[in-house]
Design a protein around this ligand. Structure first.
Ligand code: AQP
Length: 326
């Protein structure tokens, strides 16, 4: 079975962008792959986090994984900070990374733009991400398109290490779906939908109530024309809505275009909201049950035990090859 590793930062409440680009793929892959799904809390602190909020958001992402269908009997679900090998190999990978390589990362440019002060962690975290992936010998990494550049860096670093110290790491491939690889903000279709967007109207949270979802879609920006056509270059807003609709309704985009031909945006927006609500409502109900059950801690502990066993073995192999005394 091919190995799969991926994770999400507990940097806010998850959005349907995270669900579409990441979690939905995790659920699909767990039956056919050897999967490791983590909550990357060490990544979340690359921007300041209040301790209470970090704790709550970490539990919330873990519970949302389970509520969305990730089964801890099939996949290893764990917190990155409970596997200390990430920090050690992260440092090792940082020493293999060129400043120029990090300077080219568009996510760093986007996340640091306009900020008065930016932590060094935000700059170097792609090297930690490389360590996260190679620790589990992952063949595939399901991600949204925004992470593709980081994955390319991971591949370069794994190959560099192997070249210098002998074959140690598997060189992973990104696994990116065609539809839904980059869900855009509902307000500004030039920006991706992000959980840390200061404007909540820009995203649909996995926790939004039905009426909030209806309101957000009805206020979503659309161009002045009326034609409902999938054309990301010329009609990015409508194309984004069609992608979301197609994923949540499981109806191909071409069928949706035909269904709404000659109708205005109003009908389309109403129906998208209902399609999203019908998927999110049962997930939200399961989420509440999981949080109330008090079982989360034990599930994460079991996951960390399994993850530590694999990660420690890889770290040991890498450090021995580098000449560390162990
Ligand atoms: N808009 C998106 N469309 C498709 N996929 C997306 N992902 C995130 N946003 C979209 C995918 O979700 C996974 C987890 O992302 P992350 O939390 O590790 O970091 P991120 O990409 O920076 O996500 P956010 O929501 O934008 O978080 P903040 O606001 O904290 O920066 C990744 O697989 C990502 O591709």
């Amino acid at each position: 079975m091919k190995k799969v590793l991926s994770g999400i930062q507990p940097s806010g409440l998850l959005t349907i962008g995270n669900y579409i680009g990441a979690i939905r793929q995790f659920v699909e892959m767990q039956d056919t792959h050897d999967c490791y799904f983590m909550i990357v809390d060490l990544h979340a602190i690359t921007v300041p986090q209040e301790p209470e909020k970090l704790r709550e958001q970490t539990e919330s992402v873990a519970a949302m994984y389970l509520a969305s269908g990730i089964d801890p009997e099939k996949a290893v679900v764990f917190l990155q900070s409970q596997v200390r090998a990430h920090a050690v190999l992260g440092w090792i990978m940082t020493t293999l990374t060129g400043m120029g390589e990090l300077e080219r990362m568009t996510q760093f440019k986007d996340k640091s733009a306009g900020k008065e002060s930016v932590g060094a962690g935000l700059f170097v975290y792609p090297s930690l991400q490389a360590a996260d992936i190679v620790l589990y010998n992952a063949d595939l990494v399901p991600v949204g398109e925004d992470q593709k550049q980081h994955l390319e860096l991971t591949r370069d670093l794994a190959q560099r290490f192997n070249h210098r110290y002998g074959d140690t790491f598997v060189v992973p491939e990104p696994h990116i779906t065609d539809v839904g690889k980059r869900i855009m903000s509902l307000i500004d279709a030039s920006k991706k939908m992000s959980k840390s967007d200061p404007n909540p109207g820009a995203f649909i949270s996995m926790f939004d109530e039905p009426d909030v979802i209806r309101k957000k879609f009805s206020r979503a920006t659309t161009d002045s024309g009326r034609e409902i056509k999938y054309d990301p270059d010329n009609k990015p807003e409508v194309s984004n809505l069609l992608e979301i609709f197609s994923i949540f309704s499981k109806v191909p985009i071409s069928d949706l275009e035909a269904r709404y031909e000659g109708q205005g945006y109003g009908a389309l927006k109403k129906d998208i909201a209902e399609a999203v609500i019908s998927v999110l409502e049962p997930i939200q109900a399961r989420y509440r049950d999981i949080r109330q059950s008090g079982e989360l801690q034990a599930i994460l502990k079991r996951g960390a035990e399994k993850a530590n066993a694999v990660a420690d073995a890889t770290l040991k192999r890498a450090m021995e090859r580098m000449g560390f005394l162990l």
